[in-house]
Design a protein around this ligand. Structure first.
Ligand code: PEP
Length: 252
């Protein structure tokens, strides 16, 4: 059985104090709580990572980054390297989020380099893929997903060191969620693709998260689907009560 992953993507939200208050609240909640099947991850903005990993050292919460440079080090003003994340004990990193593809020109090729860079530093990439509304309406969703998988995972080894997040672009931050059946169809397609391109064991072990307006009200139905192993959650992860509720639901 695969663990369930509840991952919060804070994007560009919260002041330092708000971030610290949230994390302290979550640590108190997780303290003495034996999570049997749920891994919870918070991905705060870069400047809060060190504070977050220091606090998280005493807890069973994992801390992830929201992006990483594809370069090792050097003259790349404003960039953050995988070595830097590693040196702050960051253990996960979102890559290829649709907002980075849309606003910062990220391509499948740069995402592929970032994945390899992260794996070199034993940081687990959470690789985001997903189709636009136009592509879905044109019946191209699976084709788009396959193209993204082929390019982002080119020459990437998988052995408990990678997670995939299926995030239909039309469902991110819109309040519109894919139905559990729509999501399951794509998740199962992704798992089959991994089985065909890697092997069955890897396909059965790789976590495939769903992202797109996940909240306490809809997470239970999504997690009930066979191939949905958790959520990558934006808006609803900003509220610690909602985040705790989603962990509770995942643990049931
Ligand atoms: C996300 O940021 O990856 C996301 C899915 O956002 P939201 O939950 O707000 O749709």
């Amino acid at each position: 059985m695969r663990d369930i992953i509840i991952a919060g993507n804070w994007k560009m939200n919260k002041t330092f104090q708000e971030a610290e208050d949230f994390l302290v609240d979550i640590f108190e909640y997780l303290h003495n709580k034996e999570l049997e099947k749920t891994t919870s991850i918070i991905c705060p903005p870069f400047p809060y990572l060190e504070m977050a990993t220091d606090l998280a050292a005493e807890s069973n919460l994992s801390i992830g980054a929201q992006n990483v440079s594809e370069h090792e080090s050097g003259a790349y003003t404003g960039e953050i390297s995988a070595a830097m994340l590693h040196s702050m004990d960051v253990d996960h990193c979102i890559v290829g989020h649709s907002e980075r593809r849309k606003y910062f020109g990220e391509t499948d090729e740069t995402i592929n380099k970032k994945i390899k860079m992260l794996q070199n530093y034993r940081i687990i990439p959470i690789v985001c893929i997903g189709e636009s509304l136009q592509q879905r309406e044109a019946g191209e969703a699976e084709e788009v997903i396959e193209t993204q998988l082929l390019a982002t995972l080119q020459d990437v080894q998988i052995s408990n060191n990678l997670a995939i997040a299926y995030e239909p672009i039309w469902a991110i931050g819109t309040g519109e969620t894919a139905t559990p059946q729509q999501a399951q169809k794509i998740h199962s397609f992704i798992r089959k693709w991994i089985q065909e391109n890697y092997n069955k064991e890897i396909a059965n072990s790789v976590p495939i998260l769903y992202g797109g307006s996940v909240k306490p009200e809809n997470i239970s139905d999504l997690l009930a689907e066979e191939d949905i192993d958790g959520g990558l959650i934006g808006g609803a992860s900003l509220d610690s009560n909602k985040f705790k509720k989603m962990i509770d639901i995942a643990e049931k």
